[in-house]
Write a protein that binds this ligand. Sequence first.
Ligand code: GDP
Ligand code: MG
Length: 203
Amino acid sequence: MPRHLLKVIILGDSGVGKTPLMNQYVHKNFSEEYNTTIGADFVTKELQIDDRLVTLQIWDTAGQERFQSVGAAFFPGADCCVLVYDVTAMRSFDTLDNWHEEFIKHVRNPQDPDKFPCILLGNKIDINGGNSRVVSEKQAKEWCAAKGNILYFETSAKGDHNVDAAFLSIARTAMTNEYEQNIYVEVPEAVPETEQQGDGCVS
Ligand code: GDP
Ligand code: MG
């Protein structure tokens, strides 16, 4: 049976629930403890999709880092971008544009930069029975439509609502990307300042 390694990256502001969503999906638990993610780390989960075994490698980044510093190291090779916002925090919705743009800048499909597979998760729908939400489902779906029909899921990491469904969809989306095999990954050149003059050709 062919095995596929799919790399997905979770992006979004600090505190939207990226790490709890990942923990709920992979470890089936939720902890109220505030646990700031430092740097980036990944967890893996094996799943079967149709007749294929898939290893989902889920990369978690620290939302409080500046956009520019997250990108270079973690984006290359990504098969799907998972954007997360908190339905009770308008700011986390407003910054989605930045996260999306930053991702696209680093992982570019030369044929169509807007078509890179992304999925949007609106998290924390459990809070106050939904009465604290400030971003409507309609608003979120409009954003997704404007970005080239990104799929949208409303989730609760705490209540384990829609988490499996969202990640299954993420895996399927990542697979489509892998099969296309047409993604050009741009890695910034790491040329030290002092070597930038001359043609660098030593023989
Ligand atoms: P991250 O920075 O995106 O990884 O998110 P955090 O792990 O810092 O989560 C921020 C806070 O939101 C924590 O106190 C979590 O317990 C809480 N949280 C995350 N997801 C949910 C959810 O679905 N529902 C509720 N009620 N709280 C959540
Ligand atoms: Mg975190």
